[in-house]
Write a protein that binds this ligand. Sequence first.
Ligand code: SAM
Ligand code: DTB
Ligand code: SF4
Length: 330
Amino acid sequence: MTTPAIVARPASRPQPPIQAEPAWTVDAVLALFELPFADLVFRAQEALRTHFDPNAVQRSTLLSIKTGNCSEDCGYCSQSKRYQTGLETQRLLSTEEVLAAAKAAKAQGAGRFCMGAAWRGPKEKDMAAVAEMVREVKALGLETCVTLGILKDGQAEALQAAGLDYYNHNLDTAPEYYGDVVTTHSYQDRLDTLQSVRAAGLKVCSGGIVGMGETRQHRAGLIAKLASLDPPPESVPINNLVPIPGTPLAGSEPVDIFEFVRTIAAARITMPRSYVRLSAGREQMNEAEQTLCFLAGANSIFYGDQLLTTSNPRADGDNALFEKLGLRGV
Ligand code: SAM
Ligand code: DTB
Ligand code: SF4
C-alpha cells in the first residue's frame, strides 16, 4: 500500500482578502465622460435610483467662521492673503454668532450646517472654540460639518468627540494638476488629512472644482481618485469655479455646462452611495442647467444666500425650483 500523498487542504491555505470593489481607473472614468450624453445621464439615474430617493435633495447651509488672511496660495481662493481680492477679513466668530446663523439655517429648512475657516489648519488654541460650536449646533438637531484645512494628530479625534458628523476636505483636482493650482501644501497632505478623518470615525466630505483650466483627463483623474478612496467619501461636492478678481484663476475659461454635468454624472456613477453636491457656481447657472445636474444625479445643494465669501441663489428661488420639479428638500 502506498501512503497517500499529503495534499494541502484548501482550508489550510491563507484565505484571500475579501475582494474590494474594483477601483476606478482614470481611463474607465474617461470612458464615462465620452458616452453619448443621454446614455451617461441614463446610467447616472440608474445609479441614483438604486441607492436614493431620486426626488429628495439634501440641503447644507454654509457659514464662514473665520474669513480671509489665509497663509495658503490656492489659486482660486478669495481668502488667501497673497492675493488682492478686496475681501474683508474676520477673526473667529463667537459661538453665539454661529448659533444664531445655525438657527436661521434650520428655520429655513437646512438639514446640515457647515462651518468653514480660512486656515492652513487649526491651531491647538482654536480647537476648543470649534468643538464648542460643533456641540451646540448639533444640539439644535442639525447635522454638523466643518472644513478647517489640514489636521494634525489628535485633531480629528477631538472633533469626533465633540459630536462632529462630517469633515470637508476637497482634493479639488487631479493629483498631477494640483501643483498648478496650489504650491503651499501638497496633494499628499490632503490625502493624509482625509485618512486621519476616516481613522477618527468621521464621515468624509471631499470633492473638487471644475473650471480651473484643467483638461477632461484631469476631471476624470479627480473623480477616479475620489472614487478609489476606500471607502469613497459619503459626500462629494462638485464646485463650478466662482472666478474671484485678483486671484490667479480669475480669468479661467468657463467650462461648458454639458462638461460640468458630465462631471456630476461621472461622480454619481462611480460613487453611487454618496451624496453628490451641486456646490459653488449655481448663481452662474439658470434653472434648466441646474435641473440637468439633478438629472445627472446631484442630490445635494448649498442652501442659503451665502457660500463662504461669495453669494449663492436665494432660498426662496431654490424652493420655487424644487416645487416646479417636484423635488423635496431634506
Ligand atoms: N481652508 C480650508 C481648506 O482649504 O480645506 C477650508 C475652506 S476652503 C475655502 C474649502 C473649499 O472651497 C476648497 O477646497 C474649494 O474646493 C472651495 N472653493 C474655494 N474657493 C472657491 C471658488 N472660488 N470657487 C469654487 N470653489 C471654491
Ligand atoms: C465646498 O466644496 N464648497 C464650499 C464648501 N465645500 C466649504 C465652499 C465654496 C466656496 C465658494 C467661494 C466662496 O464663497 O468663497
Ligand atoms: Fe486657505 Fe482654504 Fe482658501 Fe486655500 S482654499 S487659501 S487653504 S481658505
